[in-house]
Each structure stands twice: as C-alpha cells, then as structure tokens.
Design a protein around this ligand. Sequence first.
Ligand SMILES: Cc1ncc(COP(=O)(O)O)c(C=O)c1O
Length: 395
Amino acid sequence: MEDPRQHILPVYRPPEEVFVQGEGAYMFTEDGRRYLDFIAGIAVNALGHAHPAMVDALRDQAGKLWHTSNMFRIKGQEELADKICRDTFADRVFFTNSGTEAIECAIKAARKYHWAAGNPDRIDIITFTGAFHGRSLGGINAGGNPKYLEGFGPKLPGFVHLEWGDHDALKAALAAATTAAVLVEPVQGEGGVRAMPEQCLKGLRELCDQHGVLLMFDEVQCGMGRTGKLWGYQWAADVAPDVIAAAKGIGGGFPFGACLMIEAVAEPMQPGSHGSTYGGNPLAMAVGNAVWDIISNEEFLANVRRVSGTLAQGLKSLADSHPDKVDGVTGKGLLTGLRLKADPKNLQTLCRDEGLLVGVAGNNVLRLAPPLIIDDTQVRDAVSMIDAALTEWTL
Ligand SMILES: Cc1ncc(COP(=O)(O)O)c(C=O)c1O
C-alpha cells in the first residue's frame, strides 16, 4: 500500500490517528473516537476547539474581506493593537503570522534600537540553555540547540548562549559592550516546561536597566493566560519587559503572532524597516479580537488559576503514587508536566491509548498544555488516564 504521506516533507512523525473534528476540550477521529485534548495543538487552542466566539468572528469576516496586505489600513489591527496597549506594558504592536516571526521582529527591533542610539556594535542577543525561539535561521540561532542547528550552515554571529542559572556568566555578558538584549521564556516550553524563578526575572530586569540592555520575553508558549496570568512574567512583581513576542494562544488556533514593544524600541522601526504580506490580515484580526476579549478578562484568568490548582494537585498525587517512574511536577498554571525517569515517548502513546492527548518536552517531561477552558471533571479524567498509562508504562 502506498504511504499517504509519501509527498509530505518527513520532518514530523505523527501517529496514525486522523482528527477531523474538535469540540471544546475534545477532538474526534474520522472513525468517531473521542480524545481529551491536553496539548491543544501545543498550547495553541486556548479556548478549546470550535469556540462559538471564534467561529462567529471568523465566519463573519470570511464573508467580507480576507486580505488587503499592509498597503492598506486594517481596522481589526487598529482595534486589537489598542486593546493590547490598553491592557499591557506595550505602546506599539507588529502583527505576524507565527511565533518565529514575532521573535524575528523582536531581534531586529532590539538591534535597530541600539543602532539608532549610535551603538551599532550592540548586536548580541543573550539566551539560555533549554530555550526554544522557533525554526527560522534567527530562531534556531537564538535557541542555540545543537540538534536544530545541525546541517544548516555556520552559526550566525550575534547570539550568546548562557547556562540557565549561571549568574556570574550572566553578569559578565550583560556588561559586554556588544550586548543588545536578553531574550528569555518566563516558562520554557520545549526545553522541559521550566519556570524561571520570579526573583530571577526581577534580577534580570535590574541588571538590564543597569547596562542599558533590552529585556525581551518570549511569551509565545507561556503567554495569553496559559499560566493563569495574561503573561507568564507577571508572576514576578514589578517587572515589565521592553519587548514581548507572542503567538499560539493569541489566535486560539488561527495562525498569528504579535511583537509588542515600548515606544523607545518602536521609534526607530520606521516605514520600510520591517514588514509582512499577511501579518495582521483581516481574518486573523477578527479572531484575535474575539480571543483577546475573552482571555484578557480577569475572571477568565482567575478560573485558569483555580483549575490549574486542581491539575497541580492531581499531578502531585501521581508523583506520590509512582515514585519509581516520576521525578516531580514541573511548570506553571496550565503549562505543566511530569518530570519522568525515562524518555516519555512510550508513555505519550499509552496516554493516547487511554484517550488522552499529551505532549513531550526536553528533560524527560510529559508536557500538558490543555485548553484554558477545561473544567475540574476533565482534569480529574486526565489525571486518571495518566495514572492508568503510568501503571502500564515500563521504563
Ligand atoms: C517559546 C516559543 N517561541 C517560539 C516558537 C515558535 O513559534 P511558531 O512555531 O509559531 O513559529 C515556539 C513554538 O513552539 C515557542 O514555544
């Protein structure tokens, strides 16, 4: 039999199931099997599948106007940028089609900021082990993961990778005359669902201020309510970044991202300095406005924090009852997981056999990133399916 995937570039190895329908926190295969979705397209479907507000917004816009390019004003962009700047530290927003592009915009804006200030040598972006910033050449060089760089030519200059937690190296790098910005995920996703301690985020802000270095948060995975605050960094008191790269949850499943920045960083980004044909298109903006109105609401975020507590308790009980297989619970809010004593790939399959979709991440982590609309019953169902899978799992 011919492989139906024979013409697809084989950079992924998906399982056999084909999903054709989604409803809230559930997905259904073409033969009608139901799965509880605890990975949400890797932290994307923040409002679950087929949320009526998103469906209505998209349907309505689809009948009106799809694309004009940024040659013309796009009303939905203006509305969403106003809301974002009303609710966050930001003064300006650039809309993209993905997280990687939001990161590219952040890196370019950081360099341009220093260039415009008469410091063209300040080009280095500091990042940390375990980082993931996307798959463009800029993204893989920022991330610094050798696995993702291999075979793709020389490493680009202008990226400095530091060991997570090496404060002396960080202080030295921040004092260097070539440093432009620090780029960090407040909660690392791919790298092992690892939250940066709140006092480190605060210390980072202080050090950046001391040395005139920009602080940029990659909130592509941990932002948009995923940790129970609008942004993951907001768990640290009195910290605000200069730039945020956002994506995933901001579109709830419609592909788009955003680069948020303060006015001083935005100022040198004048006409012609950056652009995108599709970024901020009317369809994305229609969905984005609907998603923002729901997720930026404090009551919605409070419920994410509450249900996160139920999940944390459940995961703790799994760690207690499977000490031979589980090392601990990791992450924050609904970007969480179990640190395991072996590669979790088989456990992921066993969870799927139970009817639960989960992800994996670095450092042997079984990654959970359910839709933010899950309820306590669904959390308890997920925990009992992981329990059954763990019982069956052999290391
Ligand atoms: C923290 C982080 N940054 C950037 C990206 C890249 O986003 P995208 O895949 O939308 O380009 C991802 C994707 O997983 C991510 O988790």
